[in-house]
Structure formats: C-alpha cells, structure tokens
Design a protein around this ligand. Sequence first.
Ligand code: FES
Length: 141
Amino acid sequence: MNALTRSDGSARRLWVASSGELVDGAFTRVEVLFEKAVSSVIVLRHDGVCRAYRNRCVHMPRELDCEANTVFDRTGRLLRCSFHGVVYDPTDGTSLSTICDGQRLTAIGVEEDEHGVWLVDKRVRTLASLSGQPPERARSR
Ligand code: FES
C-alpha cells in the first residue's frame, strides 16, 4: 500500500500499517516531513482507537522513544518519554506530569478503514516528496 499524494507532493493519505499489525497497546513510527522538517510520527492504538502524534516531547525536543524501544509506560496505559519520564494521556496527548502540566503532544490526523491505518494531515508529507531541497533537520535527535 502506498501513499496517495497530491500534485504538490503532500500526502493525502499516508499508509501506516494494516489494522492487524497495530493491535491495542502497540505503536509504530513513521518517518515523514512535518511542516518541511524531517520528523517521526508515532501511531498507536489505545482502547481500540488509533491515534497519532508527532514524536517530539513537550519538555525538550527529544523523541519519546529516544532512550527506549517503546513510547508506553510500564502499565501500557500511558505514553511516557524515555528521556526524563514525562507522562502523557494517550487519548489526547496531554502531559500528566507536573513539569509540563497541561502541555500537549502535537496530534496528527489519522484514520482507519478496511485497508488499514493512514495518516491524513496536510502538514505531513512523505520523505519521497523531497525534491532535491535539503529538509530542515528536526532537532529531536
Ligand atoms: S525530553 Fe521528554 S521528558 Fe524531558
């Protein structure tokens, strides 16, 4: 399954995974251009619902999985940045930790149909949409 793209190269729908690959409590990373910067997006399923967030902590510009191979905490019920441990509500990306109380991960549009899970967000483009211009490097790593 490929990304369906507009004539300007932006992704109308960017394929992520089949529904069976993204079971409850699982996540995957998708490398994309987000507002012209190379970035990653985490796509997860929580309580049966797929959600996607830019993989960038609100505390510092680090990816949530920068020090671990997961974006969930030990319970599997909350998201957790592996760098300093800020915890997020997976349903809306809100920080539940004191140091970044109320700040939110950047939500990315996601939808699921009979073919699987897709990113659907005008700010997101495929890396293949690069046209010889060096992208801005995300500062997350
Ligand atoms: S960088 Fe994520 S908790 Fe500090």
